[in-house]
Design a protein around this ligand. Sequence first.
Ligand SMILES: Cc1cc2nc3c(=O)[nH]c(=O)nc-3n(C[C@H](O)[C@H](O)[C@H](O)COP(=O)(O)OP(=O)(O)OC[C@H]3O[C@@H](n4cnc5c(N)ncnc54)[C@H](O)[C@@H]3O)c2cc1C
Length: 503
Amino acid sequence: MPEHPQHLPDRVDVLVVGAGFGGLAALHRLVTDHPDLEILAIERAAEAGGVWRENDYPGAACDVPTSLYSLSFAPNPDWSHSYGRQHEIRDYLIGVADELGDRIRYNCALQDAEWDAAQALWIVTTEHGVIRCRFLVTAPGALSAPGVPDLPGASDFGGTVFHSAQWEHGHDLTGRRVAIVGSGASAVQIVPEIVDHVEHLTVFQRTPAWVVPRLDRTIGRTERTVYRRLPAAHRLIRALVYLYREFYVILMARRPRLLPIATAIGKAQLMTQVRNRSLRRRLTPDYTIGCKRMLLTNKWFPALQKRNVTLTGAIAELTSEGAVDSDGRTHEVDTVVFATGFTPTAPPIAGHLRGRTGDTLADTWAGSPSAYRGVSVHGFPNLFFLYGPNTNLGHSSIVLMLEPQARYASTVIRHLRDRGLDTVEVTAQAQQAYNANLDRELGGTVWNTGGCASWYFDAKGRNSVMWPTFTGAYRRMMSTFVADDHRLGRVPAHADDASQVIR
Ligand SMILES: Cc1cc2nc3c(=O)[nH]c(=O)nc-3n(C[C@H](O)[C@H](O)[C@H](O)COP(=O)(O)OP(=O)(O)OC[C@H]3O[C@@H](n4cnc5c(N)ncnc54)[C@H](O)[C@@H]3O)c2cc1C
């Protein structure tokens, strides 16, 4: 690899996009399995970390036990808590990236990529020039593009406005009148952290969420030493946590009838933490628990009851004086924080990937993403789209989905190389059959039947976000490549020296 950090080669065999959990898993897997190939990763930011670099808001932490939230090839015995904090997950990922050496180019966003059928190469335009590659592995993240509501009056508001994933650390909240828009996973982490510093906090809640206790604990020095000295003990804990998290799928996807157990836990916490009946009513969801992501926190309800907090309905507009709720009441605020989540069903990169027909992935999806096994899309040869459609989880660590995807890309590339082939494209029929089955399975899950509106549903009303069953089932499926579901090809003999790139 070239010495200068920003020097881009004209051509590589495999280009990975993104240096979050997904991109790093892919880079590691491919480099390990294919040491003879030229493999490079590009990352638009100045360092690795993905969402854990971006989401450095107060209180940011993991929502699954961190023993599961690490890459299998880079175990970390040093988490400070059972739910790791943002800064340590970010530092962990930066450490993993450092181990991968100079194979990652930072500050180098993919701007466009186009499939050149004649040469069977992706032509990728980046901030620092054009690279051609035989295989493109994109890992841009499903939750990396902030979703901000388009509010009337936004330009009249004279205060400070930002999204939770773009926290303005230079903007001191001490003594300010702050609006938090949203009451989801980020809001419940932020509010308890800032409530004692601000003069007043107005929380705009569209729908209350189910909240269950967070059984967090400090991992002491002795325990960490045990994990460091006895990796088998660490692996055992990971396996146990894995098994109990898999059990959640039975509740959400297999036997939603058992969900009243979880409801009872949520209600008990609400009863014990909120004595005021009318407030309790406003904090009680009207949909089945699990339909939207359950929130893990012990601090949300106590924070909402502080004397300087107002809980109100959805935000309707901004004005020069402040923020107006859905009942038309104006709340005087000088800072608005959108804790409004992300746009997983409209990933920005999809508008920049042009496949075999010249259409972009966004055109192809037309508001409703779908893929084969979450990673391959008909019309987009030699592309692996990590954390793609229907690979999100409601019960466990996404890393358990990303690593099988990374391994799958490597397996498919191995399959082609062993047979002297250059291209792979999933057939339309295989993709359709796969999704018909997926939709059938999703039909019985609490996400589809629980009576809520959630970010799991796309513009066409399809749940194109969730994986409907065990992560073990996904891992098993991804460990095989079904050649019959694909069209495999060779670069035409008359094409330039492209075929020399790889094999
Ligand atoms: C606040 C928050 C908390 C979360 N908590 C959990 C949790 O507790 N447990 C869990 O399992 N999951 C959690 N998630 C989901 C999380 O997205 C995944 O667990 C995981 O981090 C995804 O990794 P990724 O590499 O696919 O994506 P990301 O972490 O989003 O990384 C994608 C990377 O790609 C880069 N990129 C994007 N576009 C381009 C481009 N055009 N060119 C170059 N680079 C590009 C980005 O800069 C980024 O670094 C959380 C997400 C958020 C936002």
